[in-house]
Structures are given as structure tokens and as C-alpha cells.
Design a protein around this ligand. Structure first.
Ligand code: AMP
Ligand code: MN
Ligand code: MN
Ligand code: MN
Length: 295
């Protein structure tokens, strides 16, 4: 079956969180890839949106204001909720995201202290040297430093040190699912479950998440994501349809040469028969067809 690609990407990161490209570099890449609609969805921050809007305007790209909120669900499971079409000046959203980010420095110190216990010293300063906006200090920055120092092979630092259960990991309480959806929705945006395939939930557990998410007003789910295998795509598409959610698509771009496979600016089209989030963002599906259907 031929795949259809569409000029829209509703999930990407810049140096405002744990992406390695500045907003300008990211949007230039999007333009090179003939992207027309691009959401910037940095982790727990909307600080990059006003700069992104200006640059997108110069480059003739439609910038969708977005955010990816870290959520702690059912005890200590970390999930991500993407907000699209949010008002980046909404005071509740800005204040609550500020509070959420404030915990990142303290958490970074705990991660570094854990690594010091096994003889890896200087991790806090090391991770900070990879981080352009200190308040957005992420495990990704620890990953980059650990790899640079030769403590882990590229792509292996999470499994070795940073994933739950590993020595560098430290638990953290993020937003509640209810609050994340509320902050997004009350700022005029729509809430979308990010990369559900990553969570490796049973069908029952994913169904429970979706039902709870819908009660709070959540409407979308990422069907196409760099984190998804073809099997994941089919499975999540069927869940999307079954639960009456709207399909979203996102490269989840962080950097070039990454394990994530989709380049920023475009995505595969969700399978026919799925309703998408596009109309809610004022986007016509006919406007997304690419002149050149090659990846
Ligand atoms: P944090 O928000 O600081 O807990 O960091 C989470 C970020 O780490 C995610 O947004 C991903 O970008 C990255 N990440 C999570 N798991 C992995 C992994 N297994 N390999 C590489 N990056 C990962
Ligand atoms: Mn990330
Ligand atoms: Mn994520
Ligand atoms: Mn992401």
C-alpha cells in the first residue's frame, strides 16, 4: 500500500527544552522538508512560542502553539500530554508550567548525586553544559553528557543509567492528568495523548487512561509518532477509533541523527476513516497534500 505523507507535524522540540536545535534551526529544517504546519511542543514550557511565531512568519510556515506536559498518572507512571493551539500568554498555563519546571534543577541534583554514588562525578555541571535553558534541565542532557564522557554508548545511557529502576533515576511528581488537560483546555487548546505506544501499557490500562483523559476533556491521541512501529500505528489507530478520539501526528523531533525516525515538518497520514485533530486547529486536510509524495 502506498503511504501518503502530509505537510504537518504536531510535535517537536527546540533548545527551549531538550531539543538540540534552536527554534530558527528547527523551523529552517521544517521549511527544507516542505512543512506547512508545525507545532512547537517543548516540555513543560511555552517560552519558545513567541520567537517561533516570528520566525515561522518569515519562513511562511503556520506555527501551532504547543506544549508537552509531563504527567504522573496512577501512582508513579510518567506520561506526556501534548497541548495544541494553546494561548502561550494564558496566565494559568504559564504559571503552572513555571512551577512544574522549577523542580527540574533539584531533580537534576538528585540524579547527579545518584551517579556520584557509583563514581560518576560532575554530572550536574556536565548535563547543564548541554542545556541552553537551565530551567528545562532534562534527562536528555544527562544522556548527552554520559555519552560524551564515554560512560555509555550513544542511545544506551537511558537503559544503563536514567530509566526507571536504573541508578541515576529519581522519582518525580509531575502534573496530574486532570490538571494538564485543564490548563491546556482552559487556555484554548486541545489535549492529545503523546506517543501512547511508548508506554507499553496493556490494552486495559491504555483504555483506562483514555477514558479518564476523556472525562477531563481530552480529545486526541498520537497515532503517527517516531516512537511507533507499524504495529503500534495499527493498534493505536484501532484504539483511537474505538474510543472516539481524534488522531494526531508528530515527529517528536529532538535532534538529527537520533533514534527517532520521522523528520520534522511532515508525517504519514493517519489511516482513512480516522477523524483527525486538524479541523479543530482550523486546518483543512486538502491543504496538507504534498506536491512530492516521497519521504
Ligand atoms: P525528562 O522530562 O527530563 O524526564 O526527560 C524525558 C525525555 O528523555 C523524553 O522527552 C525523551 O526526549 C527522552 N527519553 C526518554 N526515554 C528515552 C530513551 N530510552 N532514549 C532516549 N531518550 C529518551
Ligand atoms: Mn524530550
Ligand atoms: Mn514525550
Ligand atoms: Mn516530545
Amino acid at each position: 500500500m502506498t503511504k501518503t505523507f502530509i505537510s504537518i507535524d504536531l510535535h517537536s522540540h527546540s533548545t527551549y527544552s531538550d531539543g538540540s536545535l534552536s527554534v530558527r534551526e528547527l523551523l529552517t529544517l521544517v521549511k527544507d522538508n516542505q512543512g506547512k504546519y508545525q507545532a512547537l511542543t517543548d516540555h513543560d514550557t511555552v517560552s519558545g512560542i513567541s520567537e517561533a511565531k516570528k520566525i515561522a512568519n518569515e519562513l511562511d510556515i503556520n506555527l501551532i502553539s504547543g506544549v508537552e506536559i509531563s504527567v504522573t498518572w496512577t501512582g508513579n507512571t510518567l506520561i506526556h500530554i501534548v497541548g495544541l493551539g494553546v494561548d502561550e500568554n494564558n496566565s494559568q498555563l504559564v504559571t503552572e508550567l513555571d512551577k512544574l519546571r522549577n523542580s527540574r534543577i533539584e531533580r537534576g541534583k538528585r540524579i547527579a548525586a545518584n551517579l556520584a554514588k557509583i563514581g560518576i562525578h560532575g554530572a550536574f555541571e556536565g548535563a547543564m553544559s548541554f542545556c541552553k535553558n537551565p530551567e528545562s534541565l532534562s534527562r536528555t542532557h544527562f544522556n548527552d553528557w554520559l555519552v560524551q564522557q564515554g560512560h555509555a554508548k550513544p542511545g544506551k545511557a537511558f537503559d544503563k543509567f536514567l530509566a526507571p529502576g536504573r541508578v541515576g533515576y529519581t522519582s518525580q511528581t509531575w502534573a496530574t492528568l486532570e490538571n494538564a488537560v485543564k490548563w491546556i483546555t482552559e487556555s484554548g487548546g486541545i489535549a492529545v495523548i503523546a506517543h501512547p505506544g511508548r508506554y507499553k501499557f496493556t490494552r486495559t490500562k491504555l483504555g483506562k487512561l483514555i477514558e479518564e483523559f476523556k472525562t477531563y476533556g481530552g480529545v486526541g491521541i498520537e497515532v503517527i509518532s517516531s516512537s511507533h512501529s507499524l504495529q503500534d500505528e495499527e493498534y493505536i489507530s484501532s484504539m483511537c477509533q474505538h474510543y472516539g478520539l481524534l488522531a494526531s501526528v508528530g515527529s517528536d523531533f529532538h535532534k538529527q541523527e537520533s533514534y527517532r525516525t520521522i523528520r520534522p515538518g511532515f508525517n504519514k497520514s493517519p489511516s482513512k476513516g480516522l477523524q483527525t485533530v486538524f479541523p479543530l486547529l482550523g486546518i483543512k486536510e486538502t491543504d496538507l497534500i504534498r506536491d512530492n509524495n516521497e519521504q
